[in-house]
Design a protein around this ligand. Structure first.
Ligand SMILES: Cc1cc2nc3c(=O)[nH]c(=O)nc-3n(C[C@H](O)[C@H](O)[C@H](O)COP(=O)(O)OP(=O)(O)OC[C@H]3O[C@@H](n4cnc5c(N)ncnc54)[C@H](O)[C@@H]3O)c2cc1C
Length: 547
């Protein structure tokens, strides 16, 4: 409840009377001018608070009560409003009703409050409660639906499991938040933290720091640095930390990796009803934290070197982290779809991965998915619950060779999923966002242009390990060789300085290990990635003992 009066004695008296009756349930905020009251309201808005009742003095020198209420309504349109006047002022009453639709008109003094003030405020509270405005203490993001930076922030928060609320900048509440922050359209995407701090067009690293995700290491030296926070990295973090190693996991974007993007993992041991990637990630991250592993997000590792017995990793921002051992668990990243205009429209209708944040906006529209493997199939089943129709575009002549049997059966049973074999995206169209797709059907050699707002791409992945050039041996596609693969010709790798063969998951440099999808000849599964993460930790112990 907010009360504003330029006379300090009156202001104190109103606040005192309100506190006496409503103080247990409501916070009473007192201001001595319209400007001060508006500042207080802005702060409440940014913190996600609600305002039930505003009592404003009519005659204040700089800003009248009506002028104040007019501006206050822009911030809290549902708050109930009363005007206080010292004497019956018909003009003020008429103006108040016409301009700010005031609920009550209170004459000062109101003694005894039980008779003159409380019945009025009770009625205001009752009306306000009936309107059912909800408190929003989460992070808030104000942005444009079709803006790639806005999407990036939403996706980042969602993948890091940070609850947030989304407000379109061209809708009333979005405008109110921008006003409260004193920002214009150039600040979009605007992020408001639960304690009311605002970040204008921030980087993901700034958002990470503001919402409490760790971005800096807590120590100078670690026993184990894990690069990559997918199932292999999280598995290694849980085992490493629980077995007493000083462990830090460094993740470029969001923990969970590819698995974090899966809408339903059906074949992971112990989850007979399936588990969503985000649930699995949340549990794994908490488990790693419980054992004392540090998890750093938004840190891109761009270099790795052996400096004597230490291993040193270099981050994109120039920081270094030193350690005894490293586990590379950087997995694979989506291969880009090579068709005209797809790159420009990425984040604005074209998405890589399942982009669960977009599910709600797909309601009633047709969704296009490119890919014929399990990840595309899972996405089709997921979006079928939201979209009008889901079109799965498959380059091959059938799904049988690339997708699990259970998933094909699932898709066949969903009436709004349509599989288009031997069909590719030839071109994307749209200015601000994706509007249409030209599809090429190689069965009859025809091209068709269809309206489309959402295209999700799942066309395989590559390891993106160029930054390891000259450090560890890799195959021609960039996957990292380990253990027996390094001894293919019966020779130990070049530069190998130990009188033993590399351990099973060890790379061509002693003390550096690889686990999960990034490893050459690995099985691309959640279970095998987690298993390799655990196994790599056992080999780390063996390495440390042999030092
Ligand atoms: C949509 C989808 C659904 C799937 N469904 C299933 C399923 O049902 N069952 C199943 O068994 N498998 C499934 N898979 C496959 C499974 O998710 C992967 O095999 C598994 O995630 C591999 O784990 P990983 O830890 O090796 O790598 P990833 O999961 O790829 O994680 C690697 C992590 O490393 C980070 N990283 C990369 N480079 C750097 C760097 N330089 N610095 C810092 N961090 C970096 C990445 O951001 C990423 O978070 C699915 C995959 C996808 C995409």
């Amino acid at each position: 409840m907010l009360t504003v009066d330029d006379d300090p004695a009156v202001s104190r008296a109103v606040a005192r009377d309100l506190r006496r009756r409503y103080g247990e349930e409501y916070q009473i905020v007192r201001a001595s001018s319209g400007d001060e009251a508006l500042d207080a309201l802005r702060e409440i808005k940014l913190r996600g608070g609600r305002v039930a009742v505003m009592l404003a003095d009519y005659r204040m020198p700089q800003m009248s009560g009506i002028e104040f209420l007019e501006q206050a309504m822009d911030l809290f349109p549902h708050a109930r409003r009363a005007l206080l006047t010292a004497y019956a002022d018909t003009d003020a009453a008429i103006q108040a009703i016409n301009v700010v639709d005031v609920d009550h008109y209170l004459l000062k003094p109101w003694d005894p409050p039980e008779e003159k003030l409380y019945p009025v405020v009770d009625a205001l509270v009752e009306t306000w409660l009936a309107a059912g405005e909800r408190e929003v203490p989460d992070v808030k993001v104000v942005g444009h639906r079709w803006s790639a930076p806005s999407y990036e922030i939403r996706d980042f928060l969602a993948r890091n499991l940070v609850p947030y609320r989304w407000y379109a900048a061209d809708e009333a509440e979005g405008r109110r938040l921008l006003d409260a922050a004193g920002e214009g359209p150039e600040a979009i995407p605007l992020v408001v933290t639960p304690d009311g701090r605002t970040l204008a067009a921030p980087s993901t690293a700034e958002v990470a720091a503001a919402v409490g995700l760790s971005t800096s290491p807590g120590r100078d030296f670690y026993d184990l640095v894990i690069i990559g926070g997918g199932p292999a990295g999280l598995g290694a973090a849980v085992y490493g930390a629980s077995e007493g190693l000083r462990t830090v996991l460094v993740e470029r974007r969001a923990t969970g990796g590819q698995a974090g993007q899966s809408s339903r993992i059906e074949n992971y041991l112990g989850f007979p009803d399936g588990v969503s990637g985000s649930q699995l990630t949340d549990r794994a991250r908490r488990q790693a934290g419980k054992f004392g592993a540090e998890v750093l997000t938004t840190r891109d590792v761009v270099g790795l070197e052996a400096r004597g017995s230490a291993r040193v990793i270099h981050c994109g921002d120039g920081a270094e982290i030193s350690c005894h051992t490293v586990i590379l668990a950087t997995g694979v990243s989506y291969r880009p779809l090579a068709a005209p205009r797809v790159a420009e429209l990425t984040g604005r209708g074209v998405y890589y991965g399942s982009a669960a944040t977009e599910a709600a906006t797909c309601a009633g529209t047709d969704v296009y998915i490119v890919g014929g493997a399990n990840s595309a199939g899972q996405a089709a089943a997921f979006f079928a619950r939201h979209a009008r129709d889901v079109h799965l575009l498959v380059r091959g002549s059938s799904l049988e060779r690339s997708m699990s049997y259970y998933l094909i059966q699932q898709l066949m049973a969903i009436p709004n999923v349509h599989v288009h074999t031997r069909t590719e995206v030839a071109e994307a169209h749209g200015d601000e966002h994706l509007e249409a797709l030209t599809l090429f059907d190689s069965k009859d050699g025809t091209g068709t242009t269809v309206p489309a707002e959402h295209l999700f791409v799942f066309i395989g992945a590559e390891p993106r390990t160029d930054w390891l050039d000259g450090t560890v041996a890799r195959d021609s596609k960039g996957f990292v060789y380990t253990g027996p693969d390094l001894l293919m010709s019966g020779e130990r790798p070049k530069g190998w300085d130990r009188d033993r063969d590399p351990f099973y998951l060890e790379c061509s440099v002693p003390g550096i290990f690889a686990a999960g999808d990034v490893r050459a000849n690995s099985v691309k599964r959640v279970a095998s990635a987690v298993g390799e993460g655990a196994m790599a930790v056992t080999l780390v112990h063996r390495y440390l003992q042999s030092q």
